[in-house]
Design a protein around this ligand. Structure first.
Ligand SMILES: *Cc1c(COP(=O)(O)O)cnc(C)c1O
Length: 465
């Protein structure tokens, strides 16, 4: 059989509120044209993020009932610790309430003014936390990563030549660690190869610099390695994940992704000194080191999720269902990032809305059009998220202005995805009617979350070039 079916059946359902285009136009205006400001119940298919939006299994819900809510040393912590230890293999295992808490704690513990943290492409909160600590977050993706159409099996790889230069130039004094994100979320959900991780490991070892993984989607990365890298076809996703983690000295993880958690995060470290500093900071703001700001029941659900995420039938379905959406959109001629990533399909905002100049935010404008047309919520990862105003008042735009359709895990069926394909195709056919946007409010950091926008008059949208 060629048909890939959802490897689960549905036991509990959550109704979707159906809305009309007129209603959505109203909701969008009320939300200042920022999808983050919409009420979730006014969204029909929510592809804003795959973070914390997974459907938990019956086994996870059962684990929730078993949660031990003791303040210190709860049994649930040991269940969690053992599940993580078996997979990650690092000495210290520290729960955190989500990925960015892990980033902030590690950042505060080890980063300072003169530091540079190289990586393949830092995620937005990771970058913000590194910068908040006074350090520089330096992206060193391979050149293919910023070429939307370039076919490369491991487009998430770090550029080893540039990493070598960076380590040689700055040394261990200025580079406290290297952080590689698997899969590369900001770069399109693209995987990193084992060979690339081994190369980075060797360079780090030579320079005396620890290598850490940002492991939010480690299971999807393992699956891509199994499918695409020579020598891994017969290994299990768990064996591959263990090999990836063994190349690193520690990891940060948002467990709202590849642990099927609605909340949760993690820091693993081999360094005793760093672990101690992180735990001391954690006590100040998160709780006690055996729960890290989570409830005991969350730790149980995460431990089970870490096991379920590596099931081969799940991963085969997961990657196939994302590819299904991408393939059908590509057939309809819609410009998107190739190859299709693990957790999301990324539309090319600039080519989709080629009548809207960078200053009028083509990707963002497209995301609002998609909501108004079909009730689909997507997330811009482009000019609003990463655009920076220079000291001289000019704007610097990121290499890519993407609109991410992130697919929550085990939540939507194939007919939901067929609806998405039809909707994006219809919006593409009417794309010239999409109007550009301007800011009416912009925060200094992570502007996309709180931005207020307004559509430009139809005439001023067309680029003069
Ligand atoms: C989601 C994510 C984070 C941040 O995690 P949160 O749980 O949202 O705080 C960090 N890195 C990557 C790669 C992510 O995808």
């Amino acid at each position: 059989m060629k048909t890939v079916i959802e490897p689960f059946r549905i036991k509990v359902v959550e109704p979707i509120k159906m809305t009309t285009k007129e209603e959505r136009a109203h909701y969008l205006k009320e939300a200042d044209y920022n999808p983050f400001r919409l009420r979730a119940e006014d969204v029909m298919i929510d592809l804003l993020t795959d973070s914390g939006t997974s459907a938990m299994s019956a086994a996870q819900w059962a684990g929730i009932m078993r949660g031990d809510e003791s303040y210190a040393g709860a049994r649930s912590y040991y269940v969690f610790r053992d599940a993580v230890a078996d997979l990650f293999g690092h000495k210290h295992i520290i729960p955190a309430h989500q990925g960015r808490a892990a980033e902030r704690l590690l950042g505060m513990a080890v980063l300072g003014d003169q530091h540079v943290v190289p990586g393949n492409t830092h995620f937005d909160t990771t970058r913000a936390n590194i910068e908040r600590a006074g350090s520089e977050a330096r992206d060193l993706p391979i050149p293919e990563a910023v070429d939307l159409g370039a076919q490369h099996p491991f487009k998430g790889n770090i550029d080893l030549a540039r990493l070598e230069d960076c380590l040689r130039e700055l040394g261990a004094e200025r580079v406290p660690f290297v952080l590689i994100t698997v899969t590369n979320n900001s770069g399109g959900g693209q995987p990193v190869s084992m060979e690339n991780l081994r190369g980075a490991r060797a360079l780090c070892q030579q320079a005396g610099v620890p290598l850490l993984l940002d492991a939010a989607r480690f299971a999807e990365n393992s699956w891509f390695i199994k499918q695409r890298e020579e020598g891994y076809a017969d290994k299990t996703p768990r064996e591959i994940a263990q090999e990836m983690f063994a190349l690193a000295d520690g990891a940060l993880m948002s467990m709202k992704k590849d642990a099927f958690g609605n909340i949760g995060g993690l820091i693993t470290l081999n360094s005793d000194a760093w672990a101690q500093a992180v735990r001391n900071l954690l006590i100040l703001t998160e709780g006690f080191p055996s729960y890290g700001g989570l409830a005991g029941r969350d730790l149980e659900a995460l431990a089970i999720g870490l096991e379920e995420i590596l099931h081969e039938d799940y991963l085969a379905y997961r990657i196939a269902s994302t590819a299904y959406v991408g393939r059908h959109l590509a057939w309809a001629g819609i410009p998107l990032l190739q190859p299709i990533g693990g957790h999301a399909v990324y539309l090319d905002g600039r080519r989709f809305c080629d009548h809207i100049p960078d200053e009028a935010f083509p990707g963002w404008s497209l995301s609002t059009a998609l909501y108004e047309h079909a009730g689909i919520r997507a997330c811009e990862i482009g000019n609003v998220m990463f655009g920076r105003e220079e000291a001289d008042g000019t704007w610097r735009w990121p290499d890519m202005d993407l609109v991410r359709l992130a697919i929550p895990r085990r939540v939507y069926t194939q007919s939901h995805m067929d609806y998405v394909v039809e909707a994006v195709t219809e919006v593409y056919e009417q794309r010239k009617s999409i109007r550009g946007m301007r800011f009416t409010y912009r925060a200094d950091a992570l502007a996309h979350f709180t931005a207020r926008m307004a559509p430009l008059p139809a005439s001023s949208t067309v680029s003069s070039s």
